[in-house]
Design a binder for this molecule. Structure first.
Ligand SMILES: Nc1ncnc2c1ncn2[C@@H]1O[C@H](COP(=O)(O)OP(=O)(O)O)[C@@H](O)[C@H]1O
Ligand SMILES: [Mg+2]
Ligand SMILES: [Zn+2]
Length: 492
């Protein structure tokens, strides 16, 4: 079976991890001196070696014959791990296991001794994706970890991790890798893979990778597919031509023209030029995210879109991205996305010819209501839905100093219960922001401005997280006596 280059060339020793010696040297010395922590946080941008280093570390602490902090690569533990047969080193993808129940079952499991290893190591990838409830459950394990357990948490977004968790971890920051270092590693791998490549091609790929070794290896992979193992500068340029801002702008233009057939052609063309569909989806997402930020700051955006429109575009794209990452056919998903995005614009009945000249409404005007097209499902409405929430988010978006709060809350729902507004978000960052009392009072002021009523704030407890005798009601009753907000930090 074909194995992507970036997987095949995952470093197996610390010495092979490029550009992160400030991390690997410290880890090696901890292993040598047997001064190991129970919790580590590896943070830094994608494709810089976090997961790889976590795996090497997990192997090295358990290796029967470590040398200078490196795993030996030969003992029973090392070989079983390399063959994916070691049950004591667990990788958990927090993006898909982000609920309280996932962490609770881990909590039950940690007390048992490892089967074979000295330490059971949990590598929790994308840890920022855990729900607030899951973080709280996890905190309980981190407060008293059993001696035989090590956690390595990896994330691209350390700012989304609650401080209570951060403070219990030894933190390592992974850097973007320098172009020269990437080029050197590419050259080494090409030699081993018997791929011919010239110096300019190496430079082009390294700089396109923007500090991420994984991206560099993916590009190399695509190039070697197209060039039959003799990579020339021209073909690299050609291939890089199907990525980057200009490329995406072209697609977005077609979307705004509702040109479904041209959009589908575009996707077919990218696909046949070995463009990675998940990457394409990310790039479109990035584009609309930038539009959202521009718009939220009251700046003019190229097309006549309301902030709500943009957010709706983003939701739709995010959904496609999720589907692709959970195994759906990437090309088909992208085609469906293109049709959906073109249709959104149709439903809005916006005259296309003038869109470019139109100026965004000044920030003081109220935002028009969201018009969601019928072809797309809307989120289920709860009878207690707080009907002013979209309007309040619209107001929040206009407040310059509250942009980060707006971004944290933009996907949330809100419900009304007595004199409480209960916010439901699966992003811990939303609650992280709401712990800040200034943020809370700004939000409460906006709510007052729009509804004319004073409300307290609290987190919404999802049904599946509720116990038998609805903890939310008792929380509200308790808080109501003192007329205070319900502890925003947790949903538990
Ligand atoms: N610092 C590095 N040195 C060598 N290869 C790397 C490095 N970082 C990433 N890679 C390559 O990219 C792939 C993915 O890296 P990974 O460790 O999963 O990155 P992260 O977890 O930071 O996103 C690896 O299998 C490896 O091929
Ligand atoms: Mg990773
Ligand atoms: Zn070993």
């Amino acid at each position: 079976m074909y194995k992507a280059l970036y997987r095949k060339w995952r470093p197996k020793y610390f010495k092979d991890v490029v550009g992160q010696s400030h991390v690997t040297e410290t880890l090696k010395s901890e292993i040598e001196k047997n001064k190991i922590s129970h919790a580590y946080l590896f943070t830094g941008s994608r494709g810089t070696g976090k997961t790889s280093s976590a795996k090497i570390f997990a192997k090295a602490v358990n290796c029967l014959n470590p040398k200078g902090g490196e795993p030996c690569g030969k003992c029973e533990i090392c070989t079983e791990f390399d063959n994916d047969n070691l049950i004591d080193i667990l990788e958990i993808d927090a993006a898909s296991n982000n609920g309280v129940e996932n962490i609770r079952s881990m909590r039950e499991e940690v007390v048992f001794a490892p089967a074979k290893c000295k330490y059971r190591v949990y590598i929790v990838d994308e840890v920022h994706m855990l729900s607030t409830g899951a973080f709280n459950a996890f905190l309980k394990v981190l407060e008293e970890p059993p001696a035989h357990v090590i956690f390595i948490l990896a994330t691209t977004e350390a700012h989304k991790i609650p401080l209570t968790i951060l403070s219990r971890c030894q933190r390592f920051d992974f850097y973007r890798i320098k172009n020269e270092d990437i080029a050197k590693r590419l050259e080494y791998i090409c030699k081993k893979e018997k791929i011919k490549i010239d110096e300019n091609s190496l430079k082009l790929i390294s700089s396109a990778a923007d500090g991420a070794m994984r991206d560099a290896l993916s590009i190399l992979d695509q190039c070697s597919n197209v060039c039959a193992d003799n990579i020339k500068e021209d073909s690299v340029k050609n291939l890089l031509g199907i990525s980057g801002a200009n490329y995406i702008n072209k697609l977005v233009e077609l979307i705004f023209e509702n040109n479904i057939s041209k959009c589908l052609e575009f996707i077919q063309d990218s696909y046949s030029k070995s463009k990675n569909m998940a990457r394409l989806c990310e790039e479109i997402m990035e584009h609309f995210r930038n539009l959202m930020i521009q718009k939220a700051q009251g700046e003019q955006t190229p097309a006549d879109l309301t902030l709500d429109n943009i957010i709706f575009f983003l939701d739709t794209i995010q959904n496609t991205y999720k589907n692709i990452n959970s195994g759906a056919d990437p090309k088909l998903e992208m085609e469906i996305l293109a049709v959906k995005l073109c249709s959104i614009k149709n439903k809005n009945n916006k005259p296309q010819e003038n869109t470019k000249e139109k100026v965004a409404p000044p920030p003081s005007e109220p935002l028009p209501e969201i018009k969601k097209p019928e072809i797309l499902e809307t989120k289920p409405q709860n009878e207690n839905s707080f009907e002013f929430w979209p309007q309040i988010l619209g107001e929040l978006a206009k407040e310059k100093g509250l942009k980060s709060l707006y971004i944290a809350l933009k996907d949330s729902q809100a419900y009304k219960n007595k004199n409480y507004i209960l916010i439901d978000s699966d992003k811990s960052i939303a609650f992280e922001h709401l712990r800040n009392s200034e943020h809370r009072s700004s939000l409460k002021n906006i709510i007052f401005k729009i509804t004319g009523k004073h409300y307290n704030l609290g987190p919404y407890v999802k049904n599946e997280e509720k116990g038998k005798n609805d903890p939310l009601d008792s929380l509200i009753n308790d808080a109501q006596k003192n007329n205070i907000d319900i502890n925003i930090g947790g949903k538990n």
